[in-house]
Design a binder for this molecule. Sequence first.
Ligand code: FE2
Ligand code: FE2
Length: 483
Amino acid sequence: MSESIHVDYSTRIPNNVGLAEDARVRRALEKWHPGYLDWWMERGPDGFQQALVYLRTAVSVDPRGWAVFDFVRMPEYKWGILLAPKVEGRTIPFGRHRGEPAWQEVPGEYRAMLRRLIVIQGDTEPASVEQQRHLGKTAPSLYDLRNLFQVNVEEGRHLWAMVYLLFKYFGRDGREEAEELLRRQSGSQDAPRMLGAFNEETPDWLSFFMFTFFTDRDGKMQLEALAQSGFDPLSRTCRFMLTEEAHHMFVGETGVGRIIERTCQAMREAGIDDPTDVERVRRLGVIDLPLVQKKMNLHFSLTLDLFGSEISTNAANAFEAGLKGRFREDKIDDDHRLEHDTYPVPRVVDGEIRIEQVPALTALNCRLRDDYIRDCQGGVNRWNRIIRKYGYEFELRLPHPGFHRKIGEFRGHHVSPEGKLLDAAQWEARKGAWLPNDDDQAFVEELMATPEYRPGHYARWIAPPKSGINNKPGDFEYVKLHP
Ligand SMILES: [Fe+2]
Ligand SMILES: [Fe+2]
């Protein structure tokens, strides 16, 4: 890939970080780019690399027109480096340095902690692209195929965003970390991605929509917390990433919503009054609501593990240092130091789940998780409204935060979706009713085995969207498969 050396990087990479004048960082990016493209070709979308995809590309940070839409071959996508505009006079919003001017350079004493935060965030971005790489082959429509690829290229751009920070502010060890971000691989035995949920499979489109609803929303929460950072370049980077992240959650929420819509329609047409009559519903070629609930339980619980232990000194240290704040820190009315505050954390004590007051600084992961759960609940309520619109009693529910957990206070315990502690035998007996079992997965994969690539057509298990991307008409050819 030596031709990439001749690419004019000052114009090739949309950026507002003065790349044209920054020869050192430009050279580092030029060196990294071929490896990135190799990664994209080998571990990004399987197939479709020659297809023309109707994608939006971030070209500026102007809120009224930051993106352009056009047909692009994915390997030629312009992965830009864009930071939200600098806020003059910004100060560190929390922690022991609260009120001091925000850092424009890395504060030496926190260098290692800061680098770790950036690397952990960076690692999730390529991971989800790897997890989703086979989905194009079973896309339910060109509209959905385009949305998948939009999410994928933007996760790629988010990787660029983190790599830029590593190159710009962390010298040689930053360059080493950037290489590692391309080396680790989702699901790998010897070099897995750093966080558990990013090593799970995304085997089907229901999982993809659940992933973008639940796991991309964890991304949103982490970005919100980092957008508060006293390290200004990180704050500005994350603020801009959030504008793209909103679309990922839109894809997830509307994807699941359209599946629910189609299922309810089909049940009504067939005269089915009981949505839990799974076999009858499945014979219609749509996804039963109990299975939607199971997939929800799975992706919600995997994602809660991403918040880390409810009680965490790492989280306390990052807050006191002014590096990672709370969700909407700038809107919270308190002293932003939390030295004397407490926060309620559910814990398993003497065979019971109890709420205990814990020093607020160490409970920050739990607090961010609670904010996350509230955010999820809004989307779940909208899904339930669709079900009610068709007159069904069925209600989707987020499981208890202790359900199916591998990290934190509930690790090693068995908790039902309603929040009851169970013994191992009870858990084994019931888990197939709460999480997708082999039969469920076989059903979904068979249902989705054949893709639907005709413009304006949709697989039978999903309703069409209410409107097109960028107001395009219903039969718009979002992906030209053989240009
Ligand atoms: Fe992302
Ligand atoms: Fe995302």
